[in-house]
Design a protein around this ligand. Structure first.
Ligand code: 13P
Length: 244
């Protein structure tokens, strides 16, 4: 399995011009043999950027109709998008998105031929109250309801502890490894061992070039979801190289 390194630009950069420059420089320099590189810019820039490695940061849980302000999976597909982030903690926190909605987003994305990147992770309070396993299990089980074996094989799961996002407080290798093993166990119970073993499970949360290799080499992660560091081309390239 190839490692996958995903850039989540969040609501950056501020202009078309900057987005085009960042995208073309990232693509030019992020040439990797054993690593797939995906870039997820804001919706507004997707139509301007061309590449096999384009991802969106969100998608509507319904396929079409009266959903003001939303963007459908088919619209994204039509723009040349291949991947879509679903359930990012910022969507859950600021926009009250639920696991039921994640389920709709995943189903619509898969029907349109997009590859979902399902984000899961516990908050600081949940972590301190030892609720991490319960939280992860609920997030996975509800988001994957009625998703078939054939479909689930194409999903990427991103373990992103909420307390590690944008804080500089990245999750330890041991804690990440425990979470990844636990996620495989849940997938194995929901589907089977083979699917669980082959599932692409990645880590996100304050990934920088000085800590990125540890997750791939020692925590069993099949890749990384990178926020802040993906806006700095040199730093992002160093992260891609560390995964090779
Ligand atoms: P940071 O890398 O900025 O912590 O963000 C992680 C993230 O939320 C990626 O989706």
């Amino acid at each position: 399995m190839k490692n996958i390194i995903i850039a989540n630009w969040k609501m950056n950069p501020a202009t078309n011009k900057e987005a085009k420059k960042l995208f073309s420089e990232t693509n030019k320099k992020a040439k990797a043999k054993n690593t797939e590189v995906v870039v997820c810019p804001p919706f507004a820039y997707l139509g301007l950027l061309k590449g096999k490695n384009l991802g969106a940061q969100n998608v509507c849980f319904e396929g079409k109709g009266a959903f003001t302000g939303e963007v459908s999976a088919l619209m994204l597909k039509d723009l040349g998008v291949s991947f879509v982030i679903v359930g990012h903690s910022e969507r859950r926190k600021y926009f009250n998105e639920t696991n039921l909605q994640m389920n709709g987003k995943i189903k619509n994305s898969m029907e349109a031929g997009l590859k979902p990147i399902l984000c899961i992770g516990e908050t600081k309070q949940e972590f301190e109250a030892h609720l991490k396993p319960d939280v992860l299990e609920t997030q996975i089980t509800e988001a994957l309801k009625d998703i078939t074996k054939e479909q689930v094989k194409k999903i990427v799961i991103a373990y992103e502890p909420v307390w590690a996002i944008g804080t500089g407080e990245n999750c330890s290798v041991d804690e990440t490894m425990t979470s990844i093993v636990f996620i495989r166990k849940i997938i194995s119970e929901l589907y089977n061992r083979e699917i669980a073993d082959n599932m692409q499970i990645i880590y996100g949360g304050s990934v920088k070039s000085f800590n990125s290799a540890d997750y791939i080499k020692h925590a069993g992660a099949n890749g990384l979801l990178v926020g802040g560091a993906s806006l700095d081309v040199e730093e992002f390239i160093a992260i891609v190289k560390s995964a090779e």
